[in-house]
Write a protein that binds this ligand. Structure first.
Ligand code: FAD
Length: 391
């Protein structure tokens, strides 16, 4: 019998596994994908070797103490988001961009050298390999009273695991949409899970990498980050209705040698699906309009999170106009007599949706698991004791 099963090998699940290991609490992580990290995903550009953050990128030391401390504790080098130069603003489809001088556009944001996945690799490296189970999507949970029966699919095999406590470190909407519960979760909780949007799940990102690893463009004599030498920061916005990309940011490495730009698509998920084949062409054309002909040589990488079933629930495909309110109290209490716990950044009381929120949730889960274990031990010793949790 497993003591604690953590479902989801994103930042929340891995940070929790690390803290439980430190408490010597036996646990295992079950991850649906063939990789860890969830919405944190770094790819490497073929042309210049640049680390491309296809999901989470920035953290803000002035307001996010947990992620800042974790990155420092893990000894991961980091650097400020590049901002020197003008911001380009495209207000009309057929006019050139306006140049704007704006300071502190990113509010003190920093990036992790080598990409945000370095954080995931560092956390995973601290865990024994046999604690991590990739390609184990969970589909069903049965409350057996003394434990929870978990049903996974692993390749062609159906796998059943029994665990005394289970943490669902997943976006709440996926918990409601994908998982079957016996007995079923109560209607109010199901509604709250449904009404909690998965931050950024409906979005898609473009990464464009330029030149070679030596920082030179394809023709060998101009800097690959050509926008910097032209006085631009690499940051741009497009607000007209025909825009394909809404925001562009400089995505070069710390030294500005390996050159890249990142962008968010303006098109919502249904539009991206309809234009899928033409998206690279449309994106390249907007980069050209913003930064000039140098953008033509980009190697393009597109990550559409709305097409990732392990991130985006069907309700998330519509996207969110603003950052939602998180921390619903129903998502921050245990169920099934203290055996079932809800996690993921969207349950956080602070910075919900962000990496900081994933760590806040992991901290709350650690405390919750310790308290329910203590109260269950107490209840075994004294059968009249009543654990403090929702049923
Ligand atoms: C495009 C984009 C840009 C972002 N930018 C930033 C940023 O700049 N800064 C920032 O702080 N945050 C950013 N975020 C948000 C950040 O990525 C998340 O807050 C954080 O990664 C959430 O971690 P998590 O562990 O809570 O959830 P997730 O990363 O979603 O992890 C959940 C895990 O559960 C797994 N899973 C799902 N279903 C199952 C199942 N049935 N069985 C087993 N496993 C399952 C998933 O595969 C995944 O690995 C961004 C997100 C996106 C998509």
């Amino acid at each position: 019998m497993l003591e604690i099963a953590i479902i989801g090998g994103g930042l929340c699940g891995l940070a929790l596994a690390n803290s439980l290991l430190a408490e010597k609490l036996p646990c295992a992580v079950f991850e649906a994908r063939d990789r860890l990290g969830g919405r944190i995903l770094t790819k490497i550009a073929r042309n210049n070797g640049l680390a491309l953050d296809m999901g989470a990128t920035w953290y803000w030391p002035n307001s996010q103490p947990r992620i800042t401390k974790l990155i420092d504790d893990l000894g991961l080098p980091h650097f400020a988001q590049h901002e020197t130069g003008t911001l380009l603003s495209l207000k009309e489809a057929d006019s050139p961009p306006q140049q704007i001088v704006l300071e502190d556009l990113h509010g003190g944001a920093r990036r992790i050298e080598g990409g945000a996945s370095s954080l995931i690799q560092a956390l995973a490296a601290r865990l024994p390999a046999d604690m991590l189970h990739l390609e184990h999507p969970l589909s069903r949970l049965i409350d057996r009273g003394s434990h929870i029966e978990l049903h996974f699919q692993h390749g062609q095999d159906a796998v059943v695991v029994n665990a005394r406590q289970v943490v669902l470190a997943l976006p709440p909407r996926l918990v409601e949409e994908v998982l079957a519960f016996e007995p079923p979760l109560n209607g109010q909780l199901r509604e709250t899970l449904r009404e909690t949007p998965t931050w950024m799940a409906g979005n898609a990102k473009l990464l464009a990498s330029f030149g070679g690893p030596d920082g030179k463009a394809a023709n060998g004599d101009t800097p690959a980050a050509f926008w910097r030498t032209a006085g631009h920061s690499g940051n741009a916005s497009a607000s007209h209705p025909r825009a394909v990309l809404s925001e562009v940011h400089d995505a070069c490495d710390a030294l500005g040698a390996r050159a890249g730009l990142s962008a968010f698509f303006a098109l919502a998920a249904p539009g991206r699906t309809a234009f899928r084949v033409g998206l690279p062409l449309l994106a390249r054309s907007q980069l050209n309009q913003l930064f000039g002909a140098g953008a033509q040589d980009a190697e393009l990488h597109i990550q559409d999170w709305a097409e990732e079933a392990q991130t985006c629930a069907s309700l998330d495909r519509a996207g969110e106009a603003a950052h939602p309110e998180y921390a619903h109290p129903q998502l921050r209490i245990p169920y099934w007599n203290g055996r079932l716990h809800l996690g993921g950044s969207e349950t956080a009381a602070y910075s919900g949706g962000y990496m900081e929120g994933a760590l806040e949730a992991a901290g709350r889960l650690r405390r919750e698991l310790l308290i329910t274990r203590a109260s269950q031990a107490n209840a075994t010793a004294n059968p009249t004791a009543n654990p403090a949790c929702a049923s």
